[in-house]
Design a protein around this ligand. Sequence first.
Ligand SMILES: *Cc1c(COP(=O)(O)O)cnc(C)c1O
Length: 416
Amino acid sequence: MKKFKSKLKIFNNIKKEEIRSANKVLRTGVLSGFMGSIEKGSEDKYFGGEFVNKLEKNWSKFYNVKHAISVNSWTSGLTVAIGSLNIEPGDEIIVSPWTMCATATSILQWNAIPVFADIEEDTFCLDPKKVIKLINKKTKAILTVDIFGQNSNFDALKSICKKYKIKLIADSAQSPFSFYKKKFVNDYADIAGFSLNTHKHIQTGEGGILVTNNDFLAKRMKMLRNHGEAIVNNKNLLPNMLGGNFRMNEIEAAIAIEQLKKLKKIVTKIQKNTNSLNKELSKLYGLIVPKVRKNCTHSYYINALRINEKYTKVKRDIIFKELQKEGINFIFKGYQLLHLLPMYQNKIAYGSKGFPWANFNKKVSYKKGICPISEKLDKEIICMEMCFYDFNKENIKEIINKFTNVWKKLKIKKLR
Ligand SMILES: *Cc1c(COP(=O)(O)O)cnc(C)c1O
């Protein structure tokens, strides 16, 4: 494998600001401010400590949203979001198959049934036209994924939700600073949220943030985060909540406070890099760069490059191997297709008797072919991780050269 001549720097935004902030917490000795009970005198502590509260305040100001609720991972966040809807076992939630596994398992955590709808070919997000066809009396929500850094088709999804009186949840883990018509995700989705795991644009190691403008759902989510109904002595107005410990600690919150301040700068730099890269890559015959929705922005967590073999006359997998040989080690082939995972193929979430499908919903199909666009795109794309290195201008130039070399070597026709 060839090396880069221009030095590649590992992407790392943890600098002196984060270290100082985390140290502030360490010096106090109070590493979590949460208490798991609502007793007289400790009511405030039920909602976390000083840094958790400051983070949530800063986050809601930044995103212009009523409630920001921190959790210990975005996987926890998704579980809390679905739990707050108070759905029945066997209810259906329509979800994208083109995402990380946690998106759909959050539905199964509540014994509800994920129903996979296909995606739009040019954005990789849920296709509203496919979603509509799957709605029935059991459908309680749409869980869309703002995948790779771009928001879903919120205008269309929102109007579907309004018509059928169901909720819109957005998994915005990969799109923390993306605009849909000049607004953030929380202006469209009933509940949305972000991941702060170590691979994302900004991080706290592990962590996540939920956002909502809905007071009732916010209240429920804060309860679910901290043991829910198990700690409430009767007379509560928010019933049926199997809570857990999904609380963020003070060190993570202190780091997140500093990371949030850097978010805009981080995303803007990645956008600049990706735009100058894609401007050149789009000239390569048979390579299709991501399309950005009109009046929207893209955070480019992943730069998804489509290889159209009809034009290249060379297989995607061969191009991929050659790119790797050139030293491009921040790419992978295809993406996760959830409906084809063994759990869905076997329809067993836990136990051995096919729960929850056998009990509630035998009909839902996870057969190969139910999401043809996803299945086709999986064979076409090469994903480039834009948060893998802290790319500079020279790196970008070199990536362009390496791509051009591969196209030359494989004798793929050049457009211009
Ligand atoms: C990262 C990610 C998650 C999970 O987030 P964690 O914080 O790692 O639990 C969920 N959905 C998508 C689309 C993600 O990229």
